[in-house]
Ligand binder design. Sequence first.
Ligand code: UZR
Ligand code: MG
Length: 247
Amino acid sequence: SASSPRSHSSSLSVPSGDHSVPKQPFVIGVTGGTASGKTTVCDMIIQQLHDHRVVLVNQDSFYRGLTAKELEYVHEYNFDHPDAFDTEQLLDCILKLKSGQSVHVPIYDFKTHQRRSDSFRQVNASDVIILEGILVFHDQCVRDLMNMKIFVDADADVRLARRISRDTVERGRDIQSVLQQYAKFVKPAFDNFILPSKKFADVIIPRGAENHVAIDLIVQHIRTKLGQHDLCKRYPNVNVIHSTFQI
Ligand code: UZR
Ligand code: MG
């Protein structure tokens, strides 16, 4: 009808008189199979968000150090199972960062399968926290802390090829052991834990880090979210009105 509104608006009201709007970091979870390009996607997001404070937390840092017994049978050890990580500690770290506290993240050595006992990486609270790893969508409590969930997709053959070159060059393995581990643990874990966690993703990036359009869109979304937040902080008594004009 002629009287129907041409625009509709929704308002996000900020309680008036509240000048202490708490600053909650925007938490992004990034997952995908091994060597899918997770780390590269994260680096690109960080680079494009250069004017904001962004920290990257790697799930790999929370690998449990192996006991002497486990080290003895290291070829039997499943690094791709959720139990290989100290998820309680990871959860605690993200909760603290989210509430504005700084944390000590362990340093894990892929060659010795141990944590460094003498040092940590200090991570300070920031505008954006990116949590990256093969199983970051597995635990519901961890998932619930995320404002945005990204799944990085890449073909299995591409991932295996990258995994071989990375593990031999950077992680001191020989090809035979990489292939054995892939068949025995990495592939089954992908099928059993990682692929099923894709359903929790808000965004799926095909072709991983090659996909510049997807990364641009993600960065724009983060910027919009941070912008709204800044507006609320600067004008805490103002209602922010978003109007969508319909033609
Ligand atoms: P990304 N991993 C190791 O190879 N050695 C370790 O000490 C700890 C982990 C591997 C792990 C997994 N599995 O596939 C991979 N194995 O690191 C995860 N086997 O790292 O997401 O960067 O691929
Ligand atoms: Mg990585």
